[in-house]
Write a protein that binds this ligand. Sequence first.
Ligand code: RP5
Length: 162
Amino acid sequence: MNPEVAVIMGSTSDWETMKFACQSLDELAINYEKRVISAHRTPDLMFDFSEKARTRGVKVIIAGAGGAAHLPGMVAAKTTLPVIGVPVQSSTLNGLDSLLSIVQMPGGIPVATTAIGKAGATNAGLLAAQMLSMYDKNIALRLEKKRQQMTETVLESSEQLG
Ligand code: RP5
């Protein structure tokens, strides 16, 4: 079965963050692929991947990168699929550099940017699932169930406070 979501990242060092996007997709039983594609180190591969993604059946691209994080924006420039950008927390500037590099796209080429780090990666997986759920009732049902579980967990933890 062709992957509906592509999770790409600029470096293997991004995996510690991007694994949370994959975790969200795993929990919702969504078929995805994961690949390291660098805007700076493998630009030709980045273009090739972006140009072919739609014809390969990919519906949403999640792209995580840190520092001068060009990957999500450059991928978005080469495809009309929705691109979700995840700013990876960098060691020097704590991910503010990544966030600003990804979020400030010029008008015309959108990238849906999430929060920095783990929460952003988790939400990227969920947001991709929510996009797919517009045309897939089963995914919509799984999302509803997950929300209910979250609500129950909060209510239970609140009761434990006494
Ligand atoms: C970016 O540079 C990557 O997305 C990564 O976040 C950062 C550092 O990469 P490495 O030097 O760890 O490979 O392109």
